[in-house]
Design a protein around this ligand. Sequence first.
Ligand code: FHN
Length: 444
Amino acid sequence: MNSTLLHFLRTFPMLLVLPLRLLASDSSPQPAPPPPPANLEWWREARFGMFIHWGPVSLKGTEIGWSRGAEVPEAEYDRLYRYFNPTRFDARAWARTAKAAGMKYLVLTSKHHDGFCLWDSQYTNYDVMNTPFGRDVIKELSAACRKERVVFCTYHSICDWWHPDYPLGSPGGKSKKPSPNMDRYHAYLKNQLTELIRNYGPLGILWFDGEWESPWNPDRAVDLYRHCRQLQDSIIINNRVGKGREDMAGTTAGGAFAGDYDTPEQRIGKFQNDRPWESCITICQQWAWKPDDQLKSLRECLQTLVTCVGGDGNLLLNVGPMPDGRIEPRQVERLREMGRWLKRYGKSLYATRGGPFKPGAWGVSTHQGKTIYVHVLDWRNEETLKLPAIEKRIVKASLVTGGKVRCAQSAQGVELRVAASSRQDLDTIVKLQLDGSASEISPR
Ligand code: FHN
């Protein structure tokens, strides 16, 4: 290479690199998504939230989204909004029900897979303002939640079996739209999320769903995540914004972009304390309201919550309001019963972390500061509960749920003995006060 050219390249080295960058540009990986929000603690400490699946489909009592083009003919399903008039909808009552249940946040379906929007959107007429009801449900509920100090959040479906630009349709994503335009749909998605965050925010969580279908891909996922975080940096976004979720287990496989937390569904997540998670589970069987649906018992609801927290996760418990706008009175009563129990024993769950004793057939443990709470959910006809040894000294053992507990600690383990008369059917809570921080004890 002659001396003149060498001198020139030394002076302008970028000229050497630039062509390489251009060549690589189409294959270079997407810019990395922003790091998770700085503060997830409010949510982790909240431990318990209300999930709400609602829309005109409640007029039919069938499953939201999934019954479109299945149990309910598509044209009939899409006309339901013309009859949607939930005159007994009372946002304050919903927020108060969540609060009375001990729920600290509330996630409402702003748009499910059926495409219907529960707010006044300038990007579609298929929204609640074009129903006989004509009121902005999200505006009223977000305001009521703020008044009741319940953090307002929304669920938003990425797939949209109604919208003509989204390539797949009902039933259940099994049909193809005639002339879709995924880029135009992606813009619609982002515009509506801008509306939700700007007009009704700040939102606690953006609960994405419907990410599993082929039109969605990791690049769109990172773009959507970045879009929402740019609008509100503190917003927490679940792993269903990305691809790679391991079905109902709710974890995200090998390295795929996974949002801020995992989302086991209709099951209690496994013990996991290195990444936040939240189980979403129905209080009945169906997500949307169904007449005479089977309602879970108080014992099942509370043991599910205790077991989620013992695994270091949250519980998002779902209700499906009726077509008149009320949450079913029997569901309200079940939630009130949960709230009454949590008023007495919630200190052993809220703001605690799971462990250090990992969940077992006997139950779970939680901890905070120098205290471990042992939640014995099933004594299995054993005289004592035998737990692994811990290096911190137990300075005091007591029975939060009343009565006496005998605690023996040795290098072999911790033994707890509670008389049958003091054992609780739902949850016998033993409080172990230590001579040091429980968080220094590795899970075992
Ligand atoms: O298809 C949805 C279903 O209707 C419901 O919204 C649940 C809640 O997490 N998510 C999807 C099923 O995984």
